[in-house]
Design a binder for this molecule. Structure first.
Ligand code: SF4
Length: 430
């Protein structure tokens, strides 16, 4: 979400006539986009701000702006601590930053944000469609910092997607803290399934994804859209966060383990080739060994393709920080995370190995650590080999190629290129 916001603001600056620079010490305008979902991230942001302040002394013309979720509704304490910051902007509040920069440099920000899309976006890019969250999980700071859910209009989203596709994007991920609730706050009502149908109409766009989902808002219509719309990839990130009902209730997630597993069963029944990933917190307040073991049970049963595991960390301002005790030791949290990672290594290694010999459609993204790579519809990272041996030209970023999987690890796949002219039907979805 923050990467996407930074790109959008950066395009607004470019449209206004600014050039970008990597030289922060000599920049006329510095915008620090902050993520403070964890206390450690907030500490890092304040450290960078402190260093920027030292460099600013004696350079009164420089403008420093801070945006993102470090900036809550109440900013007086931030203003007192960092008096040299010119603009404090809440997430997606781009206008005051552009207006202040424009005033200082005699440039007009009018219209600079509409259709602000990077000149050279990545083949796989993101579009935020709903900001904020109404759920108030007890461990999470997001609703306090990013505010309540606020959906963008479908017209604006489709327009942004069209420009991105014109500039080479083939794979768009629609983003929201709770993306499944898209549209409930706009009239006439629209939902994520309707939006994906509209985005699907864009010629030249090949793949659509979305994240992150909440099990309670993953509706039948959304599951049907994944099943029925050819451009929507068969993948869902469905966080479960904990496998024990008491912990889930203490987190105020709003569902039980049984309800979560029923949702998984429904999805697997309707879309047998679905790729499922999830988010899990280990060591939440009061989590016993037996309760952690119930999370492990969910992992063993579902066999997710990827698990984003966080060790629970105290976050000031959350309900949990006020009413619960962070009583699981750091060592135990670390050990539980290692246990999850080891199990996932086995599950992912085993499931990826079944793909050896299969043919897969890959959209080439470019080079990573010097190696040509791309992604499948199921978001598997695939390295492409054998071009020189077969006398083939290197495919360009954005090109869809067909490959045969030759080797696998728990985290990525190795493949040989078979064809660079791929008909747009699905070969195998991984
Ligand atoms: S649904 Fe996600 S973003 Fe919203 S409060 Fe819960 S964890 Fe935070």
């Amino acid at each position: 979400m923050n990467t996407s916001d930074s790109e959008r603001l950066s395009s607004g600056f470019t449209n206004m006539g600014f050039d970008s620079t990597d030289d922060m010490a000599n920049a006329d305008v510095v915008v620090l986009n902050t993520c403070v979902v964890r206390q450690s991230a907030e500490d890092t942001a304040t450290g960078v701000l402190g260093r920027l302040g030292k460099r600013t002394k004696g350079n009164d013309n420089r403008m420093i702006a801070v945006m993102g979720c470090m900036v809550g509704p109440e900013q007086s304490e931030l203003k007192r601590r960092f008096p040299y910051v010119s603009v404090w902007a809440r997430p997606q509040e781009f206008e005051p930053i552009l207006e202040t920069a424009g005033m200082r440099h005699g440039l007009d920000p009018e219209g600079c944000l509409s259709g602000a899309v990077p000149e050279n976006p990545n083949v796989a890019s993101f579009i935020p469609i709903v900001h904020g969250c109404d759920k108030f999980c007890t461990f999470c700071i997001i609703p306090y910092r990013r505010g309540r859910e606020n959906s963008r209009s479908a017209l604006e989203i489709v327009h942004q997607a069209e420009i991105m596709v014109e500039r080479g994007v083939k794979d768009i991920t629609l983003l929201g803290q709770n993306v499944d609730s898209y549209g409930h706050d706009i009239r006439p009502r629209i939902d994520l399934a309707d939006l994906m149908e509209q985005v699907s109409e864009i010629s030249g766009l090949e793949r659509i994804r979305f994240q992150t989902s909440h099990p309670n808002d993953m509706s039948l219509r959304i599951i049907e859209a994944i099943r029925d719309l050819p451009k929507v990839c068969e993948m869902i990130n469905l966080p479960f966060q904990a496998g024990d009902d008491t912990i889930l209730a203490n987190m105020r997630r709003g569902y039980t383990r049984g309800q979560y597993m029923d949702k998984i069963a429904q999805i697997k029944q309707m879309i047998p080739n679905i790729t499922l990933t999830t988010d899990l917190i280990v060591g939440f307040s009061g989590e016993t060994d037996a309760q952690f073991e119930r999370s492990m049970g969910v992992l063993r049963e579902v066999e997710f393709a990827k698990v984003h595991t966080s060790e629970y960390s105290y976050r000031e301002g959350t309900f949990a920080s006020r009413k619960m005790t962070d009583d699981v030791s750091r060592e135990v949290k670390k050990a539980r995370k290692v246990t999850v990672d080891e199990l996932q290594k086995v599950i992912q290694g085993k499931n990826n190995a079944t793909l050896i010999g299969s043919n897969v459609d890959v959209i080439v993204e470019g080079h990573k650590r010097g190696r040509l790579h791309g992604r499948s519809r199921g978001d598997k990272l695939i390295y492409l080999n054998g071009l020189v041996e077969h006398g083939m030209e290197e495919p360009s970023p954005g090109q869809t190629v067909q490959v045969e999987i030759t080797d696998t690890s728990p985290w990525s796949l190795e493949a040989e290129l078979i064809a660079t002219n791929v008909k747009k039907e699905k070969v195998l979805v991984v």
